[in-house]
Ligand binder design. Structure first.
Ligand SMILES: Cc1ncc(COP(=O)(O)O)c(C=O)c1O
Length: 498
């Protein structure tokens, strides 16, 4: 049987070029490794030989007509999309491109508040104005959850002129919203759904996983093949369903955001990861799920751990979860997620994906086997048995209300700013964002007015040693705010932030 998916067009084009012993008078300057022998000694000859550039033989990512186009078409077919574009600048560039493809300066876009910071970059670059939906917080795990179709519909009813609904699917902790319903609702308003599928490139390949974004009806999806599949870091795919989205517009935007010198090592890993999943995806994901359920069953037997999963399905807009994202609450062992991370790293040579105040996340992928899982389980069992069950009651007060957007993130970004003591910043318009883990949500974004409630909340997070990111001053003693000019208009003093 001939199966188009057996081809790996980029890999084949590179192997052909290398086998012809062509003498390169082109970039990259290391000339297939000869210019950097120490690196070749460590990584091997072929990696450097593959590190070519856009040539007639290797195609051009900015205007693909050959091997890259063929590989992208195979990826589109595999995911059920009309078009696919390969990304080598991470899902970040995909998310920025998605927002820039649907929004012009001043256009509204509906987003959950717990977006990744790349979406904030997309808002700044596009000039779009965010309409945030606040997901609910699970008090036990201390994290913000999914979106309900009702909350999306209510927001669309109030903002029918929004240019897109943006969703994170699954969220970092592996939980999913009812994307099919959300797509139906948005499409009734003629509004496209664009999805950050950074943690869902594998969903398509097993029926026991939540439905993939394109299958659920999404219009534009950035999917991190490097996170949950086997391709190398920085690789991702942008998937397009044409209709509400124009693929040629997306392509034009990507030519603004993406490098003109893609790494062919990265592109080849993407080509091969696509072929691997096309040919063996279901079997590979069966193994991943078997290993994941084994971990879950064992952890459930151990004292002091609580797993995120079935317990939140049906709540907070969550309709399912990815069993391979193992989020474990360790609070009952009397330690924080951060402490658990460093214990696993220093004593057991195990590195977690993420830790926060209460939880650690373990990621199970096609790269795992019974050996790696066995070591993880042994370590977790030992830690559980050796810890006094001594729940440290760390509690976070209710989240502060989302502050008012005073000016767009883009206007805030380009505005004149000054640093002020954070404790005295209530009432100022922030020029920076503050991202907090937990609850994995920006407490303030550029262009929003800082409230006393936020200042008080951040003080508590600092006392709890929660991770605060996003400000130039990492200690958050100061924050950059917008300089407001006072102007006299008609004998009245007005604040001018323009
Ligand atoms: C939810 C989410 N979206 C987007 C990104 C950005 O992806 P990348 O690191 O590939 O740029 C991440 C990265 O961690 C993420 O967790």
């Amino acid at each position: 049987m001939h199966n188009k998916q057996m081809k790996a067009p980029i890999f084949d084009a590179l192997k052909k070029y290398i086998s012809e012993n062509t003498i390169p008078f082109h970039v990259p300057g290391h000339k297939q490794g000869r210019g950097l022998p120490e690196f070749v000694d460590f990584v091997g000859e072929n990696v450097l030989k593959m590190d070519l550039t856009c040539l007639p033989d290797t195609d051009n990512i900015c205007n693909a007509v050959g091997a890259i186009k063929e590989a992208e078409n195979l990826a589109a077919e595999l995911y059920g999309a009309d078009k696919a574009f390969f990304l080598v600048n991470g899902t970040t560039s995909g998310i920025q491109s998605m927002i820039m493809s649907v929004c012009q300066p001043g256009d509204k876009i509906i987003l959950p508040r717990n977006v990744h910071k790349s979406a904030l970059g997309g808002l700044i670059l596009s000039g779009a104005v965010p309409i945030y939906i606040e997901p609910e917080l699970d008090p036990e795990f201390g994290i913000t959850m999914c979106l309900t179709p009702d909350s999306v519909e209510n927001t669309l009813r109030r903002n029918p002129d929004a240019k897109a609904v943006f969703l994170v699917y699954p969220i970092y902790y592996g939980l999913v919203s009812d994307l099919e319903k959300i797509c139906q609702v948005a499409h009734e308003y003629g509004v496209p759904v664009i999805v950050d599928e950074a943690h869902g490139a594998h969903l398509k390949f097993h029926q026991d996983l939540p439905i993939s974004s394109i299958e659920a009806g999404a219009d534009l999806v950035a999917s991190s093949t490097h996170k949950l599949l086997g391709s190398m870091s920085q690789t991702s795919i942008l998937l397009v369903r044409e209709g509400l989205i124009s693929a040629s517009k997306v392509k034009a935007v990507m030519n603004l955001t993406q490098t003109t010198s893609p790494s062919y090592v990265l592109l080849t890993s993407l080509d091969l990861a696509r072929r691997q999943m096309a040919l063996k995806g279901s079997d590979l994901m069966s193994t991943v799920l078997e290993l994941s359920w084994w971990v879950r069953r064992e952890i459930n037997q151990m004292r002091g751990y609580k797993l995120l999963g079935e317990n939140v399905v049906g709540k907070y807009g969550c309709v399912g979860f990815d069993p391979a994202k193992i989020t474990v609450n360790v609070a009952e062992l009397g330690m924080s997620g951060y402490q658990m991370e460093s214990l696993l790293r220093s004593r057991y040579q195990i590195q977690v994906e993420l830790s926060d105040l209460y939880n650690v996340i373990f990621l199970i992928t096609v790269g795992d086997n019974r050996g790696t899982i066995g070591k993880l389980l042994t370590a977790l069992k030992e830690i559980s048995l050796n810890s006094a069950l001594d729940k440290v009651i760390r509690y976070l007060p209710p989240l502060p209300k989302i502050p008012e957007v005073e000016i767009s993130p883009r206007d805030a970004f380009y505005h004149k700013t000054k640093a002020v003591p954070f404790e005295e910043s209530a009432g100022e318009i922030s020029a920076e964002g503050i991202m907090a883990y937990p609850p994995g949500i920006p407490l303030i974004c550029p262009g929003e007015k800082i409230t006393q409630e936020i200042v008080d909340y951040v003080r508590i997070l600092k006392q709890e040693n929660a991770e605060l990111q996003g400000t130039e001053d990492h200690s958050l003693e100061t924050i950059k705010v917008i300089v407001i000019h006072l102007a006299w208009v008609n004998n009245e003093e007005i604040a001018d932030v323009g």
